[in-house]
Design a protein around this ligand. Structure first.
Ligand code: FRU
Length: 501
């Protein structure tokens, strides 16, 4: 079986309807229903209605940040994918713009799939995959281009598709172009599936970013790593070459790869001429329950920034019944420290902080309860010190009935995120606890962003990150608890967060 967020092959034809075919009043009714849902975030990019998945076309152009995302308007399902569009001057307050790409052409008959962006001659070039399905259930892929002008409007390239079909040796699963320029040549990296049903990365090249020719496959030392690699990314970071991609078909292993599909980064040296990647190491990027299809870009200040989909393909979510699904992560600045990828929420996020409350103390076998958190839109910045506890940590979304537990376990040398107590559950076949190895030292810092039904947890300055959805009971009042079995000092800065979208 081959799945993508486009869904199961035998999907009903009615899901392939563009927004132009909406009946009168239909979109307004969908929106009315979804935006009333109290699980909708207030400062994470999300669709007002319908389903979002991957971030697409990330670029800063003329000072403005543009974020596009995969979007299906008619409910929380993977149907005909459009590119929705938001922009911002500061990465934290977002303006919704008209749909950027509506799949109206023969070369994109079953969706305008994911891709990236570059700047060329002062305008943006957006690259995407035209997804095509046939009656016998097979599919093909065309690589397409659109122009993003400085005023924010998007127009498809008149000579689309730029690449028709897939190269010999690969199935119809070739998609998600990521383009960059190096030594006067443009390169297009694509996720692909070989005919023997293993995942791979392939590359096209071009002198003008419009006409492309097939160059070959990236030679990695991961020859047998799942059956399809989605959403590839490549960039230079702190003197190394980094690939990021979302392989499907990887088995869970220790603390790693517990979601239905997972995301890795691989660090080493890449020779673009020979397409040889000398890999030094690879790891899972994010240890949470809901994280997929990240994309990065470099902004005008030179930062390498990442957004990802907080969600998983082929999983039903509790918000589906309100006719909307999913969100994007906060923007994260990437760096390499030692042999680790570090992800830090961008400093602009401090702008969203409103009231602040500070707590300090020593816990001795007891819990401290912070009641401020009832509206579930806040940031916590905290440090644990003088650690003499077997276990200690935080309980978020704590009501009398349920709570999300973040547990630092000094005996097992791990940190765990446990959402087993929630009434609204999903994807439980993949487990209700996620973990990562962690060794107690003198202190640990934890930064948490909670946004209604989203939680992002950054530990030790962003060396360990858990991104997850949590759907608290609609009528429950949430508090934050700090707990310890033994003694630990703590300092907490709590900030309410204001609306960003
Ligand atoms: C990843 C993905 C991509 C594809 C898109 C379709 O989630 O399957 O490979 O382009 O979603 O929405």
């Amino acid at each position: 079986f081959f799945l993508d967020a486009g869904g199961i092959e035998e999907m009903a034809e009615s899901k392939y309807r563009t927004i132009l075919e909406a009946k009168s009043g239909e979109l307004e009714a969908l929106k009315d229903k979804a935006i009333k849902d109290s699980w909708q975030p207030i400062y994470h990019i999300h669709p007002q209605y319908g389903l979002m998945n991957d971030p697409n076309g990330l670029i800063q152009l003329n000072g403005e940040y543009h974020v596009f995302y995969q979007w299906y308007p008619y409910g929380a399902m993977h149907g005909m994918k459009h590119w929705a569009h938001v922009k911002s001057t500061d990465l934290v307050t977002w303006e919704r713009l008209p749909v950027a790409l509506t799949p109206t052409e023969e070369y994109e008959s079953h969706g305008a799939y994911s891709g990236g962006a570059i700047e060329k001659d002062g305008q943006g070039l957006l690259f995407y995959t035209g997804n095509v399905k046939y009656e016998d259930g097979s599919r093909s892929a065309n690589q397409c281009i659109a122009m993003l002008t400085r005023d924010g409007s998007v127009e498809k390239y008149t000579h689309n598709p730029a690449v028709r079909g897939v190269p010999d040796g690969y199935t119809g699963h070739v998609r998600d172009p990521k383009v960059w320029k190096e030594n006067d040549t443009y390169y297009m990296l694509l996720g692909a599936q070989r005919e023997n049903e293993t995942g791979a990365l392939i590359v096209y090249e071009s002198s003008d970013a419009l006409q492309w020719s097939f160059k070959g496959e990236v030679k990695t030392s991961l020859p047998d790593f799942g059956y399809m690699w989605e959403c590839p990314d490549y960039f230079k970071l702190d003197g190394k070459d980094v690939f990021v991609f979302s392989p499907q078909g990887i088995k869970a292993d220790g603390h790693d790869f517990h979601n239905i599909y997972n995301v890795i980064y691989a660090v080493g040296t890449f020779d673009v001429e020979s397409l040889t990647f000398e890999m030094e190491y690879y790891r899972e990027i994010d240890k949470g329950f809901d994280f997929y299809a990240p994309q990065t870009f470099q902004d005008e200040s030179g930062r390498r920034l990442l957004f990802a989909w907080i969600g998983n393909p082929d999983v039903d979510y509790p918000s589906d019944e309100y006719g909307w699904a999913h969100a994007l992560t906060l923007p994260r600045e990437l760096s390499l420290e030692g042999n680790e990828l570090v992800q830090k929420p961008v400093e602009e996020l401090n702008k969203l902080r409103d009231q602040a409350v500070h707590f300090r103390g020593t816990l001795k076998n007891e819990e401290v309860i912070i009641d401020e958190a009832t509206n579930n839109a806040y940031e916590i910045n905290m440090t644990f010190r003088e650690i003499a506890a077997k276990q200690f940590g935080l309980e978020l979304f704590n009501s009398k009935e349920e709570e999300l537990r973040l547990v630092f376990d000094t005996e097992k040398q791990e940190v765990r995120l446990d959402r087993s107590s929630f009434h609204h559950q999903y994807a439980t076949e993949y487990g209700v606890v996620r973990s990562e190895k962690w060794t107690a030292s003198n202190e640990v810092d934890v930064r948490v962003f909670v946004d209604k039904s989203i939680v992002e947890i950054y530990i030790n300055g962003g060396k360990i990150v858990f991104t997850s959805r949590v759907f608290p009971k609609k009528d429950s009042k949430s508090a934050v608890n700090v707990f310890a079995e033994g003694a630990v000092d703590y300092r907490i800065d709590y900030y309410g967060m204001s609306r960003g979208i």
